[in-house]
Design a binder for this molecule. Structure first.
Ligand SMILES: C=C1C[C@]23C[C@@]1(O)CC[C@H]2[C@@]12CCC[C@@](C)(C(=O)O1)[C@H]2[C@@H]3C(=O)O
Ligand SMILES: O=C(O)CCC(=O)C(=O)O
Ligand SMILES: [Fe+2]
Length: 375
């Protein structure tokens, strides 16, 4: 089975090579300006702002006996929810946040020692999706696939071991939680875990692949014209996101527009990704999300991007197909899908949709994701 890193080697993404030290920028350079200065405040979206409505992303207590139903409803209607009582100690969040702060606070020349190569995924750099946009995003990121050891040795020749320990512990906790969430999501779809061969006899999902992706969004001199991370869906089955206590994450909700996902102390954000969208035959749509920045506070987030073994075929479950609901997607491996995403970005889901080629149907997120103005 190809590893996740190998899956990417065939799909290089060429990004702007110049990196900026955000702290040294007193004004927003034109290369980061997504809107013109005389545009009104809401030019970054044509959707109504949700200031007047009180729509909130569901918060689900994993100890609630009704959790499977609540999760099912949240996946169907939002594609995102927050979880509490997930069993992960808060000390682990403090540790990963400390590591994140230590990493992004390093001088740029030090971070660049662990820079991602054009045909790689691991390491320091800009968001991979940057190549699809004419403007730069006000963020930096660091991706870990496999072991963090080689990268951390470059960043912290003395202190690497303590940060490696934190990552190993955090990934183990995330892997366990992701398997639990998979079981709950499958139960909510009425799919026995025995139907998913790689789930294993007890639903441990041992063969799962994952990436740990750290984001930093420095405070920004002109936040209304900048974009932290452009609208996208994750290619995963699910993503588990930890955010520090700084706002910025927004999700697109049908009929509502962009809705903020406020940080919840001790909570975790769970996104439905494209592969769960496919596996559920479109019943659980992947959520389009983005990150806005602010003038005074630096935002950090750590995303655990979780998927199947890279060579396992993911297809709509037969139990979710019937006379009134035809099979909507062809089967794909994560490896293949990541390649499609690297080429087509937010059109990737439509590209594997069976009926799109027949009757011109497109996926919900495709046309909305380009909803920004570039100055
Ligand atoms: C497994 C992965 C999913 C991801 C690409 C990656 O190798 C690690 C980074 C992930 C991420 C995070 C930000 C948004 C995103 C679209 C991107 O460019 O990098 C996702 C990728 C994805 O889900 O397709
Ligand atoms: O920073 C965030 O809140 C979102 C990050 C994200 O969407 C991602 O890493 O895929
Ligand atoms: Fe994301």
């Amino acid at each position: 089975m190809p590893s996740l890193s190998e899956a990417f080697r065939g799909h290089p993404v060429y990004l702007h090579q110049k990196h900026h030290d955000f702290n040294s920028l007193q004004e927003l350079p034109d290369s980061y300006a997504w809107t013109q200065p005389d545009d009104d405040d809401h030019r970054l979206t044509n959707y109504p702002s949700n200031n007047k409505t009180k729509t909130v992303v569901p918060i689900i207590d994993l100890n609630d006996p009704n959790a499977p139903n609540l999760i099912g409803h949240a996946c169907k209607t939002w594609g995102v929810f927050q979880v509490v009582n997930h069993g992960i100690p808060t000390s682990l969040f403090s540790d990963i946040q400390r590591a994140s702060l230590a990493l992004f606070s390093l001088p740029l020349h030090q971070k660049l020692k662990a820079a991602r190569s054009p045909d790689g995924v691991s390491g320091y750099g800009r968001a991979r999706i940057s190549s699809f946009f004419p403007k730069l995003m006000w963020s930096e990121c660091f991706t870990i696939l496999d072991s963090p050891l080689d990268l951390f040795l470059k960043l912290w020749p003395q202190d690497y071991a303590k940060y490696c320990d934190i990552v190993v512990e955090y990934e183990a906790a995330m892997k366990k939680l992701a398997a639990k969430l998979m079981c709950l999501m499958l139960a909510s779809l009425g799919i026995p875990k025995e139907d998913i061969k790689w789930a294993g006899p007890k639903g441990e999902f041992n063969g799962a692949c994952a990436a740990l992706h750290w984001n930093s969004y420095p405070s920004c001199p002109d936040p209304d014209r900048a974009m932290g991370l452009a609208a996208h869906t994750d290619s995963t089955l699910l993503t588990i996101l930890h955010q520090n206590n700084v706002n910025g994450l927004q999700v697109l909700k049908e009929g509502e527009g962009w809705v903020a996902v406020p940080p919840l102390p001790g909570g975790l954000v769970i996104n439905v990704g494209d592969l769960l969208h496919i596996l559920s035959n479109g019943l659980y749509p992947s959520v389009l999300h983005r990150v806005r920045v602010n003038r005074t506070r630096q935002r950090f987030s750590v995303a655990y991007l979780y998927g199947p073994p890279t060579n396992v075929q993911i297809s709509p479950q037969v139990k979710l197909v019937g006379p009134t609901r035809p099979v909507l997607y062809r089967s794909v491996t994560w490896n293949e899908y990541l390649g499609t995403k690297a080429k087509l970005f937010n059109k990737a889901l439509s590209a594997v949709r069976l009926s799109s080629s027949i009757n011109g149907l497109f996926d919900v997120n495709e046309d909305k994701s380009n909803d920004f103005q570039v100055g």
